[in-house]
Design a protein around this ligand. Structure first.
Ligand code: FAD
Length: 442
């Protein structure tokens, strides 16, 4: 072990290889601690032997070739903000940190070509300067890299108009394979499905091209309703209202809004809240719609203050869970797909069984073109058994669970991974890319 560590330092150079313990520890972790289950399993796990921080594709290829020759696992990471332990090097070896490859290569009309280590917030800022914007991004956009989002995320702000990563939100990717001489593949079209949300198991992405939309001026708002049901129905109506461009519709059951400390002065107690981003000229329409469902838009952040203050989106997606955990450390979460034609009934069943154990947080999105209530319910954690009992109940009433308490792709949100497993065997014949994250059935 020690010998190869010195060899890689020698061959790749000290400028891009770190054996420093603190660096290795830090870059061998992600945000898995949102899950008490993952936290228990991953807490004490040993860090990678080295961290390689390539500055260009040539150095990526060299690190991969070295790993292949010596049979050493390689786990790639962007910013390490993933929640499933998917960037944790379970079998040690090399962590390949792409954060230095952070160049915006091109912003054209309707697209951006990017090195994988560039942060989503930086891309959006640049795009907005030239009258465009990114279509979908996670609530971690300030830190998260575009490569990490494509390889480890799913959707986020903007998904209500543009869908998730699989809905045409990646145009092209440059992939490196894990072979004696790593190949550089340029992948487009349906073949991209083998690389989106792959956890770096089927290849290393060095460059991606994503679509851009014309820039919109976004107003943010918080609408409040006496009941969560009203908040949900308003959310659905807004989701379907084509005259209103929007990129965030997130209904939250009380007491979740009480966790949003920076908004404590503007949030009314005992009411459900819907966190919103919509085109500035449609404020009146949004207000009318809220009224129709028995609520009203209280707090508004005007478009001219967009990203100048803490934003409404900083309380949505998995940031909602973060605010809950700050108030009560025993909180965790689930990822769930409710049925669009029976969500009210499903919610009723869940609430009558788990009144104070599960609090509902929904994100209205478009998935494969269809308006869908996806949810990240906040769950009070007691034991793993109890957590899986709750999951079983959700599934028994037709709520699909995308388990966030596992690092195994096949068991989480990705669904069917057969074609990915085949691709992995082709691109990574020794099975060295992020081992343990995809279970290859032979
Ligand atoms: P990392 O965590 O570094 O990597 C993610 C995965 O991709 C890892 O398995 C890694 O091995 C792999 N990977 C990284 N770079 C590459 C590459 N170049 N080639 C191949 N594989 C690679 N996610 C969402 O989708 N939507 C959300 O709204 C959202 N909200 C979040 C809120 C909070 C508070 C937190 C903590 C997380 C949230 N996430 C969300 C999860 C995560 O932040 C995002 O998916 C983010 O885009 C990941 O980017 P990253 O650079 O941190 O990736």
């Amino acid at each position: 072990e020690v010998t190869w560590v010195h060899q890689i330092e020698e061959q790749l150079g000290k400028e891009i290889v770190s054996i420093d313990q603190a660096t290795r520890d830090k870059l061998s972790k992600d945000y898995y601690w949102y899950s008490p289950v993952l936290n228990r399993r991953l807490e004490g796990i040993a860090s990678a032997d080295v961290v390689v921080l390539p500055r260009n594709e040539d150095e990526v290829a060299k690190a991969l070739a070295f790993g292949y020759r010596h049979g050493i696992p390689v786990t790639v990471r962007g910013a390490g903000t993933g929640n499933y332990g998917q960037a944790v090097p379970l079998q040690k070896g090399i962590v390949l940190d792409l954060s230095r490859m952070d160049e915006i290569l091109e912003i054209g009309l309707g697209y951006a070509r990017l090195q994988c280590g560039v942060r989503l917030g930086v891309i959006d800022k640049k795009a907005r300067e030239v009258g465009q914007e990114i279509r979908i991004y996670p609530s971690t956009y300030v830190k998260a890299t575009v490569g990490g989002f494509v390889s480890g995320g799913s959707g986020g702000i903007g998904s209500i108009m543009h869908g998730n990563l699989w809905d045409g939100n990646v145009h092209e990717a440059v992939i490196y394979t894990m072979e004696e001489t790593p190949q550089r593949l340029v992948v487009t079209g349906p073949e991209l499905f083998n690389y989106i949300h792959n956890y770096g198991t089927t290849g290393i992405l060095t460059e991606v091209t994503i679509p851009l939309s014309p820039r919109t001026e976004w107003t943010q708002g918080i609408a409040q309703f006496p009941t969560f049901e009203q908040a949900m129905q308003f959310g659905e109506a807004l989701a379907r209202e084509e005259a209103i461009p929007k990129r965030l519709i997130a209904p939250m059951e009380w007491p979740i809004p009480s966790y949003f400390v920076p908004f404590s002065k503007v949030i009314m107690p005992e009411m459900a809240a819907v966190m919103l981003e919509f085109a500035e000229e449609t404020l009146r329409l949004v207000e009318m719609l809220a009224k129709r469902f028995g609520g009203h838009v209280g707090h508004v952040i005007e478009a001219k203050n967009y990203r100048k203050t803490i934003g409404v989106s900083d309380f949505t997606w998995n940031h909602t869970t973060l605010w809950a955990m700050k108030t009560d450390a025993s909180m965790t979460y689930l990822q769930a797909g409710f049925k669009v034609d029976s969500y009210l009934e499903q919610i009723k069943q869940i609430k009558s069984k788990y009144s104070d154990e599960v609090y509902l947080h929904v994100e209205w999105v478009r998935s494969g073109g269809a308006v869908t209530p996806t949810a990240l319910p906040v769950v009070r954690f007691t034991t793993e058994e109890r957590l899986y009992e709750i999951i079983e109940f959700f599934e028994s009433i037709g709520v699909k669970i995308f388990d966030p308490h596992t690092w195994v792709l096949d068991q989480g949100g990705r669904g069917e991974v057969g074609s990915m497993e085949r691709k992995k065997r082709e691109n990574d014949p020794k099975g060295l890319l992020n081992p343990g994250k995809i279970i290859c059935k032979s």
